[in-house]
Structures are given as C-alpha cells and as structure tokens.
Write a protein that binds this ligand. Structure first.
Ligand SMILES: [Zn+2]
Length: 498
C-alpha cells in the first residue's frame, strides 16, 4: 500500500500518555502578521507534522478498539477492517490468528504498528521528499558567508529532532546532523568527519574546491525550558541550563583546538553555540566575537528580535536582522565577527522567526507536550528522515559500549512513557551505508545484528518481560533509496516483516 495512505487525523490528547497541568501561555498572536514570517512554509510544515504525528497518535486508540472486539465472531476480519480504516495498513495475520487461545498481545501489536508507521513515513520521506527543497541555494549562500559545510549537533532529546527543518528552517540535505545526549558530541568522531570533508574538497571538489577560502562550521544546540526549568530542561545536565551551555561550548572549543593542534598550516574551524527553549522553539544565539570567543552570559534572543521587528515593513529581512545583530553584539560590549558569520546567524534567526510564529499559531504559543512524548528510540547511524519534534529519541552510535550513556537515558525515558503502562519500548536499529563500497551492505546488516544482540544483553530484564522490541533496517545513501527492513522482533519467530 502506498505511503500516502497514512491515516492523518491531527494529533490529539488521549493517547493514554500523561497529560500535563495547564500552563500560563504567552499572549496569542495571530499568524501571518509578522513581516518576516513565511506563512506558506508554516502551512506546509504543519500539514506534514499533522500527517505524520497523527499516524503515530492513532495507534493506541485503534488498538483499544481492537481489544474491545476480541471476543467477537469474525474477529480477525473486523480487526483488519478497523486497522485499515484507522491506520491505513493491515496487521500480520500471525499476530491475530491465535488470539482466542492466548489473548491478544497488545504490547507486540503496539510495537509492530509503531514500526510499520515509522517504515511508511520513512519511505514517504525518501520517495516523495515532503520536506526537500532549497539545497543548492543554501549551499551557495553558506559559501558566500565563508563556510563550506554546516555540522550541527543538537541534544539527542526528541524535542530537538526538528531543529534543522523546523526550528532553523535549513534544508536537511546539505546540513550534517549528529545528535548526542547533552549535545556532547564525540570530538574524535568530529575530527574524522572534518578530515573526510577536507579530503573530499581536495579530491572531489565537493562541496567546494579546497582552494576556496571557506571554513567548516560546527554548531552545538543545547536546550532549556522556561516554563518548567527544573523538570523539562536537559536530562543529561540535570536540568542545569548554564551547565548545558558551558559543557557544549567546552566541547566546541575542544574540537577547534583538536583541528588546530593536529593539522598545522593555519587549519581551523568556526564555532557557534545556540540555546533552544523547547517550550516554544525560540532560539538564542551566542554569537562569537571577532576572535571567535563565545560568551555564555551573552546571547541574541530570537523572541526579542520577533517583537523588535514586528513593524519592520518594506525592508530586506536579512539586512534588517544583520543590523540588529551587530547592534546587540555592540550593546553587549563585544566585538562583531566577520560579515559572513553575521549574515549566516541572521539567516538562522530569520528562519526561527517563522518557527516562533508557527508555535504561536498552531500550538497556542507553547507546546502541549512540554516533556518527553517520543514514539520510539532510533539508534545506529542515519535517520535523516526524522525531522519532527518529540517523535524519536536518538542515540547515534556504532557500538553499544560507546553510546551506552545515551541509550540508558533513552531507555529510562521510555520506561516512564511505555513500560510503566505495560507497553514495550520500540527501538529502531538502523545503519546507513555507501552502496558504492563492496560489501558495505553486508557490514551494515552485521552491525545492526551486533547492536541488536548487545542491546538485548544490556537490557535483558526488559527483553525477558517482552518489553523491548527491535526493528532492524539498513539504507543505501548512494542510491538515495528508502531503508530496507532486515528483521522485526515484534513478528512471531522474528520472521521477515514483508
Ligand atoms: Zn538534552
């Protein structure tokens, strides 16, 4: 069945997950009033958010309906009809056949439906590109700003998963994203990526030729919650915002030092630190000074910019914002960085103004789900298709050992979200590979299986209670095709999914 048949009710409460106390919201501002906001982008993005998240949110109500039917005659046919209508696909017969003997395994069905919904949204993403566009113009823009590659590390928290396509309004294709708990990226891994990028510039002239005077820009995004600072901040930093910002800056500086010390001849990179308020998606940018130093205490607030630019009609948005950025930097007693950096940051702020408007317009100024409400854990290497908030907890890793801390945080979150209610934790294990390299697919499959085994060992008590299910997938990035399923533990006897 084609992926566009995904059932698409708007996300609602009543998914069975915890509902939060009402909060005092900022004054509602009607969308489309701000001169710098792109309403057509906002309409396109909300349609996508509703379609995908609606499909995940429909799973629990549908399973409740099926559960109520289980003693009916002709149960299997009735259940399949219901699932087809509400979720847009059918359940594997094996999950329904013997339900009159042992009862329905709702946990297994829940994981299978979560995996199938994910598989369909992933396929839709790669086949139809619902969020694609603007890649070439963006690459030309960053090169004008003096950069050849933008590498962003947000916290692995699912409330930051939409940082590229939504919060910053950047095309996901040319921007490298690697999420780590607490935005504490692996410096050695980043050095490796940097070397690879510079080699490509020398040998393949991509993204641009090595003799172009451009630099690699590394961005770290930490986060906080203004409404519930002590509960909904960054779990990896004990909800301490200053600590989260300082730790991310320290990691950025270590990466730059690593590049400068390892590779001489003036090799260096540029850095940028951004804070994200996960309640309303407004960012604050710690703009570096002329020497590249970033101040934790000083930042440029997109919320303030939003208010300040409300009447700025009839002018070029990027120029207006660049002037504002320079003014803010000087008011803070700090030197202004190169024009390219100011221009790039202005582009980020401009994108964020649309996102601030988006949250005001479609989420009443503040998200209803301030805390974790992810649907599954994603682990391995890949997941470019996850561009939505609070859908996936990420743990990027090659082996369980090196990413154990990130995985433990994820399992802890899902113990509260799912296990406490009797539902298993769905984990998608995925490795992307380069199909042009001989044997790459086989190695990616083996890595999936190795990670699956290690995960089952590490969380053996969850496995013993049938509270952990895994879906194993690989994807050829060279062919730019959809990901292939290798195994799904939610199917009896771990049979092939399709
Ligand atoms: Zn975090």
């Amino acid at each position: 069945m084609p992926a566009d048949n995904i059932a698409a009710p708007a996300p609602t409460s009543g998914t069975g997950r915890k509902t939060e106390m009402p909060l005092v919201r900022p004054p509602a501002v009607r969308g489309g009033e701000h001169p710098f906001v792109c309403s057509s982008d906002n309409n396109r993005l909300i349609a996508y958010e509703h379609r995908v998240k609606g499909a995940f949110h429909a799973i629990e109500p549908c399973l409740r309906d099926i559960s109520a039917l289980r003693h009916d005659a002709d149960f299997v046919n009735k259940a399949q009809r219901l699932v087809r209508e509400q979720l847009g696909f059918e359940l594997p017969e094996a999950l329904l056949d013997d339900s009159w003997i042992e009862g329905l395994d709702i946990g297994r069905l829940h994981s299978w439906c979560t995996f199938e919904t994910y598989r369909r949204m992933s396929e839709d993403f790669y086949v139809k590109g619902p969020l694609a566009g603007g890649e070439d113009a963006f690459q030309a823009f960053i090169e004008e700003c003096g950069f050849h590659l933008i590498d962003v590390t947000p916290c692995a928290d699912g409330r930051l998963a939409h940082v590229i396509s939504y919060v910053l309004r950047l095309p996901y294709g040319p921007v490298r994203r690697r999420s780590y708990a607490g935005a504490l990226f692996d410096v050695e891994d980043s050095l490796e990526k940097w070397v690879k990028t510079e080699l490509q510039r020398h040998h393949e002239l991509t993204p641009n030729a090595a003799d172009q005077p451009t630099r690699y820009l590394k961005v770290a995004v930490y986060h906080f919650s203004t409404a519930r600072p002590d509960q909904e901040g960054c779990a990896a930093h004990g909800n301490d915002t200053a600590k989260a910002a300082a730790a991310a800056r320290e990691r950025l500086n270590a990466f730059r030092e690593g590049v400068e010390n390892t590779y001489c001849c003036g090799a260096s990179i540029d850095l940028l630190l951004i804070g994200l308020d996960t309640d309303n998606d407004s960012i604050r940018v710690h703009l570096p000074d002329a020497e590249g130093r970033m101040d934790i205490e000083h930042s440029i607030s997109a919320s303030e910019l939003f208010e300040a630019s409300l009447q700025a009609r009839g002018c070029e948005p990027l120029e207006w914002i660049a002037e504002y950025v320079r003014g803010e930097q000087q008011r803070g007693g700090r030197s202004v960085p190169a024009d390219g950096m100011v221009r790039f940051v202005s582009r980020l702020l401009l994108g964020n103004l649309s996102q601030i408007d988006y949250v005001r317009r479609f989420h009443n100024g503040m998200y209803g789900d301030l805390g974790h409400q992810e649907s599954f854990i994603g682990t391995g290497i890949g997941f470019e298709e996850i561009q939505l908030r609070n859908l996936t907890y990420f743990a990027y890793l090659k082996t369980v050992e090196e990413g154990a801390a990130d995985l433990d945080v994820g399992i802890r979150i899902f113990s509260g979200l799912n296990v406490a209610r009797g539902l298993p934790v769905p984990v998608v294990i995925r490795f992307d590979y380069h199909g042009s390299v001989p044997g790459a697919r086989e190695r990616a499959e083996e890595r999936c299986r190795r990670l699956d085994r290690a995960l089952r060992e590490r969380f053996a008590s969850l496995v013993a209670d049938c509270k952990l299910h895994t879906l194993l997938m690989v994807r050829d990035v060279v062919a730019d095709s959809a990901a292939d399923t290798i195994e799904c533990s939610a199917l009896p006897q771990r049979a092939e999914m399709h």
